[in-house]
Design a protein around this ligand. Structure first.
Ligand code: ZN
Length: 178
């Protein structure tokens, strides 16, 4: 059951005039509560030819390794969000590089965006959100313990680009495992 964020009355699920899909519509004040995909923004931080990963100390996927990333906030750019998440999760003031991967995950209404980033020094440390933060050699990535499929995909694309000697932007989609 959902309630109107404007007036607090119970909303109805219906197609508003001129629209083509069900929305949460308030019968009292006519407010339409649009529910749209979320952007997860983060970085792939590099230092000394190693990749910085953080071990999650929060659910979901507690105890698994991930790239620093999180939900984009209002009033910030994707790049600002990526650097904010990197600081919050790794303690590191990374320098943001180009956008590297954009992974659509339609079945969970998310878009994951990763920027390449570089550390100017080893200024990372465990944080409230990460029980451990560590650099991994390219051949030492803990593939079996990566938290999210978008992170696995992004790391593989990165290693592939290294092998090809050329970095490019990658757009991809993750579908549900059937
Ligand atoms: Zn209302």
């Amino acid at each position: 059951m959902r309630f109107c964020p404007k007036c607090g009355n119970q909303v109805e699920c219906k197609i508003p005039p001129g629209d083509n899909r069900d929305r949460a519509v308030c019968p009292t004040c006519d407010h339409i509560d649009y529910d749209n995909p979320n952007v997860i923004t983060g970085t792939l931080p590099i230092f000394d030819n190693k990749i910085l990963l953080c071990k999650r100390s929060i659910e979901p996927r507690l105890g698994y390794w991930t790239l620093p990333a999180g939900f984009m906030e209002n009033q910030e750019t994707t790049k600002e969000g990526a650097l904010r998440e990197t600081l919050e999760e790794t303690g590191s003031h990374a320098i943001c590089g180009p956008a590297f991967s954009m992974i659509n995950i339609p079945h969970i209404n998310q878009i994951h965006l990763f920027y390449l980033a570089t550390l100017t020094k080893a200024d990372f440390h465990p944080t409230e959100e990460s029980s451990d933060v560590a650099l991994f050699e390219y051949d030492q990535i803990p593939w079996d313990d990566i938290a999210f499929s978008s992170v696995t995909k992004t790391l593989k694309l990165y290693l592939q680009d290294i092998e090809n000697g050329q970095f490019q932007f990658h757009e991809d989609t993750i579908y549900p495992v059937t």
